[in-house]
Every structure is written in structure tokens, then in C-alpha cells.
Write a protein that binds this ligand. Structure first.
Ligand SMILES: Cc1ncc(COP(=O)(O)O)c(C=O)c1O
Length: 412
């Protein structure tokens, strides 16, 4: 069990009284993450892997420890953990790596779903266009859940990549990753998981899930902005060439017979071009240590309990239209909804006046919203470890108030 009231004490921003329900966009930071970054910045900072003086070696060791801590958190090895700027950049890096290593050619296929966040849609569209490959898009059912029952029809011997979201940032639906990965492997495709909403909320072990590459963001799991992760299975990380070159990626560059010859560094360094997010890595290390102290099973269980109550209470309001599955068993920590035909931004502003912070709009998932009959978007409440039942009650009270007071206004 997780003690959300005790946890709240670690998050100074909650002292403002805000009811923070925008965790799928970005989470708040515990004091210990900020302190770890401040301590490192003030007392121990130097660039990494570029000097032999004492603080540079120590900073390099701390930066490597951060890879190790993140690897442990996701059941991987440190050489598989590539630091990027965020999930979006990690997914671009995955797509560009596939392209740069000629794993995708003319007539080949990439399979995604209609439910993808744009960060896991646009990079594949670009790369498919560049390679002359075809981007196939798995349709959704009436609740916005990918039609995995059609997977075998969509997979062909030309499918080179299957890329999909771990947990939807709109419906909260959690994909059966192992099963999808197993079937994708049968046609020899590589499996790329957008785990931006997965890793922060549920225990993961990508290797045992059968995934080849997976992306997530530090800022969605108590860490700072400016750091994300591309996890790449060890043998791929060893053998594939990086699509981005620059400082830190090479062991040696030399002129041989008038041409430049490159010997790449070992992974993960060959994939981390330029000065990396050093201070942010220290923050992310503390964030995963903080979450590990709580236990990811407890995080998941806590969110499940709150999601059940949130769905039940919102479900009692007949003017609230919930997007996605009605059963709490099919979702994790995220509930997007509309209030009696009000414009989402208008509703969000009215909720904000009552101290509630929720995301409004299309959540970078336009096609999913169109499919669910909400092209205007939705209001999204998303939960984390410092949310307790009183937050749900305050949200539901505020929704009732907003509808009763302003139900006739702000319609689209
Ligand atoms: C499912 C999903 N994928 C990718 C992203 C992109 O994350 P970031 O903005 O940190 O790159 C998000 C962010 O909301 C997301 O929810």
C-alpha cells in the first residue's frame, strides 16, 4: 500500500493547494530530485567523458550510475539505456536508427495503430516516406482500443516494424505487449514500444516483454524535463550504427586514403551525440530511486484503486461523456471526458478557477479523438502517487459545479 498523504509532503508545489491531475502531461517533482540536481550542479559539476581531472571523472561516474539506476528500474543493462531529450526524441532516434541501418526498404511495411500519440506516429510516417515503405494503421474499436484481433491480417512478411503505445494517453488502455510482441516476432518485425505512459505507472521489464526498443520521459516520472530514454536491446545496440553523429559517439575518426573513417564508441555512448543531459540524469536517477522505494507494484495498485473511484463517480453524472473503456480494469490512471457539450478549454478554465489542474485539448492524439466522436478534444484527468481520494472528490464536485453553473455556456 502506498501512503499518498505522506508522499504529498515531499512535493512542495502541492502546498499551493492545487489539485494536480495533469500527470500524464508531466508530473510534479519531489524535493529530493531537485536537491540531487542542485547539489550536483553546485558542488560536483563537470562535463562527462571528456576530461581526466578529478571532478570530470567523478561526474562521468555519476552519469554512468544514472544509466545503471534507470537500467535496474526497467530490468535492463546500463549499455541499453540511451539518454535523449524526451520520449519524442527517443522515438525519432528509434525510427532514424531503423532507417539509417537500412532495416526498412521500398515496399516494406511499418505497422502502428490509430490510437498513437503523434510522437509515435509522425516519426514512422516520415521514415516510411523516406524509405519508400508503407505505413499501415491498425483500426480501433468503438472504445478507441486497437483491434488487436486483426493483427494477424495486418502483419505480413514485409512488416519490418511494429510500433505501438504501452498505455494510451487518452483512454488509459494498457496494451497486451507480450502477446503483440510475440506475434510481431513471428514475421520477423522489430517491436518498438512507446512507454511514455507505461514506465511511470507500471512495473516493466522490456526484455521479458519481448520488446526491442522502448521510449519514455523523465519528466513524466518525477524527474526533470530535458531527459528521456531510448532503451535498445543489447544486441541491437551493439550492432546498429547511430543515425546521429558527433562528439562522444566515436572512439576514433581518421583519414584513410583521403576518406574519413569512423570507429563508433560502445553503446550507449555511440547513440548519445553531443554533451548529454548530465544534470538531468542525476535528477532522473533520484526519481527512479524514489519510485523504487515506493515500489512500482504499489504505484500501479494505487492508481487502479483511484481510477475505479474516478470512473464510478464521473459515471454517475449523466451529462459527463467518458472517452474510452468504462471498465476500470481496462485502463490505468487516465480518464478523458467531456462535460455536457462544453468546449474542453472552456471547461478546463472553469475547473482551474476551483483549483483543479487538468489537461484539455486533443492531447496530441487527433485521429483517436476524431474516431471517438470528439474532434473538439477532451478534458483529461490523470493520476499519480500524490493523488488521494480527496482529489477525486474535489474534481467531481468541481465538474458538478461547472455544469450546474455554466452548463448552458461555452458550448461548441
Ligand atoms: C503516449 C505518449 N507518447 C509520447 C509522448 C511524448 O512525450 P514527450 O513530450 O515527453 O516527448 C507523450 C506525452 O504526452 C505520451 O503521452
Amino acid at each position: 500500500m502506498l501512503d499518498c498523504r505522506r508522499i504529498r509532503e515531499d512535493f512542495p508545489e502541492l502546498e499551493t493547494g492545487v489539485v494536480f491531475l495533469d500527470n500524464a502531461a508531466s508530473t510534479l517533482k519531489p524535493r529530493s530530485v531537485v536537491e540531487a540536481m542542485a547539489d550536483f550542479s553546485i558542488k560536483r559539476y563537470a562535463n562527462v567523458h571528456r576530461g581526466v581531472y578529478k571532478i570530470s571523472l567523478e561526474a562521468s561516474k555519476a552519469y554512468e550510475d544514472a544509466h545503471e539506476a534507470v537500467a535496474k528500474f526497467i530490468g535492463g543493462r546500463w549499455s541499453e539505456v540511451i539518454f535523449t531529450r524526451n520520449s519524442t526524441e527517443a522515438l525519432q532516434l528509434a525510427a532514424l536508427t531503423v532507417y539509417a541501418n537500412k532495416m526498412l526498404g521500398r515496399g516494406d511495411e511499418v505497422l502502428i495503430t490509430m490510437a498513437e500519440h503523434h510522437s509515435n506516429m509522425l516519426p514512422w510516417l516520415r521514415v516510411a516516406e523516406m524509405a519508400g515503405a508503407r505505413l499501415k494503421v491498425l483500426p480501433l474499436d468503438g472504445e478507441g482500443i486497437p483491434r488487436w484481433d486483426l493483427l494477424d491480417e495486418y502483419l505480413t512478411r514485409r512488416t519490418r516494424v511494429v510500433a505501438f503505445g504501452h498505455i494510451s494517453n487518452v483512454t488509459g488502455y494498457k496494451s497486451p505487449v507480450r502477446e503483440i510482441a510475440r506475434r510481431a516476432k513471428e514475421v520477423g518485425a522489430i517491436v518498438v514500444l512507446d512507454s511514455a505512459q507505461g514506465v511511470p505507472h507500471t512495473p516493466v521489464n522490456f526484455r521479458s516483454m519481448g520488446v526491442d526498443m522502448a521510449a519514455f520521459s523523465g519528466h513524466k516520472m518525477l524527474g526533470p524535463t530535458g531527459i528521456g530514454v531510448l532503451w535498445m536491446r543489447e544486441d541491437l545496440a551493439e550492432t546498429l550504427n547511430p543515425p546521429l553523429g558527433g562528439g562522444g559517439t566515436v572512439e576514433r575518426v581518421e583519414m584513410v586514403d583521403g576518406s574519413i573513417k569512423i570507429s563508433w564508441e560502445r553503446p550507449p555512448w555511440k547513440f548519445e551525440a553531443g554533451t548529454p543531459p548530465i544534470i538531468e540524469a542525476i535528477g532522473l536517477m533520484e526519481a527512479v530511486n524514489y519510485l523504487s522505494r515506493i515500489g512500482m507494484d504499489n504505484v500501479e495498485e494505487h492508481e487502479r484503486r483511484l481510477t475505479k473511484v474516478l470512473l464510478e463517480k464521473l459515471g454517475e453524472l449523466d451529462y459527463v461523456e467518458i472517452l474510452g473503456p468504462r471498465s476500470h480494469e481496462r485502463r490505468q490512471g487516465i480518464v478523458a471526458f467531456n462535460i455536457g457539450g462544453m468546449k474542453p478549454d472552456w471547461a478546463g478554465l472553469a475547473l482551474s478557477r476551483r483549483g483543479i489542474a487538468v489537461r484539455t485539448g486533443l492531447h496530441c492524439a487527433h485521429i483517436l479523438h476524431d474516431h471517438l466522436g470528439s474532434p473538439q478534444g477532451s478534458v483529461r484527468a490523470s493520476l499519480y502517487i500524490y493523488n488521494c481520494i480527496d482529489d477525486i472528490e474535489k474534481l467531481v464536485d468541481a465538474v458538478e459545479h461547472v455544469y450546474k453553473r455554466h452548463g448552458g455556456e461555452g458550448k461548441h
